[in-house]
Design a protein around this ligand. Structure first.
Ligand code: SAM
Length: 186
């Protein structure tokens, strides 16, 4: 047995290049790509957090098109991935959907070390066996706002390679790599 794992992509509060708190726009590719990774690695759900109703309505239209529309008929496999997708206004809504903040563990990700991190190896071990569901939090823009990082139960180490200083992965790439390190078949 292993613990339930959920993914959330946060569009507010996140940072811009000047480290101000901003709201980013939802990117169509993020919906599809991260849903496919979430499905591949057995995640229970994939939440998109956006405070603006029109943006959540955009997600709903994309989901309808791919569940019941022509694209759903053309690529049925995508339906399975997109079935995991939920758009909600705030991170608190995600916590409540998962049983409440105290019923889950929240793990954040970043390309920078914003607090003493746990390694992916440690995360992988924590996910095995019994325990509360884990919510894996990814940001957009220039990363998650400091209050999100501070409020989490753990921060995963930045994904890096070959000792190279460059770590600015797309959130789609970062999510796929993180899920493979945490839950990929070995
Ligand atoms: N420099 C940004 C940051 O602080 O992560 C990366 C911007 S990227 C569009 C946004 C998200 O991708 C980050 O919030 C994080 O979730 C993820 N991400 C990007 N690079 C990462 C890395 N090297 N390790 C872990 N997560 C990463």
């Amino acid at each position: 047995v292993s613990r339930a794992l959920h993914v959330v992509l946060v569009h507010y509060p996140v940072l811009d290049a000047a480290k101000a708190i901003v709201t980013t726009a939802i990117t169509n590719l993020d919906i599809h790509d991260i849903a496919r990774s979430a499905r591949t690695f057995g995640c229970g759900s994939y939440f998109l957090v956006h405070p603006i109703e029109a943006q959540r309505a955009l997600v709903a239209r994309i989901l309808t098109h791919w569940q019941e529309g022509s694209s759903g008929r053309r690529i049925p496999a995508r339906k399975d991935a997109l079935a995991l997708v939920r758009a909600v206004p705030t991170l608190e809504d995600v916590y409540n959907e998962l049983g409440g903040r105290d019923a889950i563990e929240v793990w954040v990700t970043s390309a920078q070390v914003a607090r003493p991190p746990i390694s992916f190896a440690e995360g992988r071990v924590r996910l095995e066996g019994a325990g509360p569901p884990v919510l894996l939090v990814f940001g957009t823009g220039w990363g998650l706002a400091p209050e999100v990082i501070a409020a989490a139960d753990a921060a995963l180490e930045p994904i890096s390679g070959a000792g190279a200083p460059y770590k600015h992965l797309s959130v789609r790439a970062a999510c796929a790599i993180a899920l493979d390190r945490l839950r990929g078949d070995r």
